[in-house]
Design a protein around this ligand. Sequence first.
Ligand code: PLP
Length: 409
Amino acid sequence: MAIDTRPALPVADRVSGFTYAIRNIVVEAKKVEAAGRKVSYLNIGDPIPFGFASPPHLVEAIARAMREGHNGYTPSPGILEAREAVAEDFDARGLAVDPDRVLLTSGTSEGIELTLTALLNAGDEVLVPTPTYPLYTAVIAKLGAVERYYRTDPTQGWLPDLSHLETLVTPRTRALVVIDPNNPTGAVYPTEVRRALVEFSERHGLLLIADEVYADLAYDGPIEPLGRLDPDAAIISYSSLSKAYLAPGWRAGWMAVGRTPRLDGLLGGLRKLADGRLCSPGPMQYAITAALRGDKTFQQTLRADLRERAEITTTRLNAIPGMSCVRPHGAFYAMPQVALPPGRTDAEYVLGLLRATGVLTVFGSGFGTDPGMGAFRVVFLAPPAELHRIYDQIADFTGEFLAGRAASA
Ligand SMILES: Cc1ncc(COP(=O)(O)O)c(C=O)c1O
């Protein structure tokens, strides 16, 4: 084919600010694979490739919905039955929610994107934890808004630094993002911290974006919705079937808008935006009903499996000279730190590890931490024996890297 010399079509400027390191780094892994090395993908929080299976009663609910002909568009907020199931589930957790204030979404991700889009004008500010789940900063950048990072502190179990938070508020601040249990750190916040965050958000008239996608994966058992601490606070809660119901590919999520009339305008905006995308995947909405009303005992096994893997991860990584790792209390991530020599970055360490061993993790700066902090995120969903093998490789590489013997990234 002749070389096409015509000018390339333009890409909008806003794309350049939209970075999502968790997937962006896969390009590097593919190069390593192409060179013949097996890659262990510890970059994405997806339980399915590691042998966890979606619960059969949820699969059956979708199959039945399809067989029974529920293959058309649904109402844009989602089918009433599933919204009622979401509301009942909140009720059972101690927070009364009106099904009319529930919207079904394509995963938590769409709820986050709809909310930030409905809320933010260019130049508005959002308080985002560092490290953070990077979708927040990507969408904020796309909207021409600004993230203001508040510290969470590894020396305090990755808990939010409340005094730092106070210094970041300006007249443009619109929202506070709280991820609890946390990705990427695995932290679960104690009640007094949760209460302080709600009180802070209310005092400054902010929307509290409560990312509760890991609520059922706290190892000691499900944590309550943040809104329970103050049902009249301006809080929107987000979750999905992706993590605690082992079905990330279904893109089945929901959001529940707090009862305060201060959120009525925003709810109207959300409904308007939701109309434009017609609906979230229809048959999957039937799985939401089955998940929230059905048997949840599989989650006990899941939590026990995750606790065991968290324990292996913390013990093994803390035994590596130059490395420290805060023990996770929920979800399937840990955020260890390696004591980098001056001038070296987290990306150099992570790419070096990938090229030397095929172990793919994500550098902390992809989640908003300082590159010199040497943080990186590990997804510990692999079976224990494989985790041990991977941590052997990390130990060997880290020794070489810190001794200055590893090949430069
Ligand atoms: C904190 C957090 N929020 C949201 C999401 C997106 O999840 P979903 O599959 O529900 O869109 C993830 C996925 O990893 C996450 O870790």
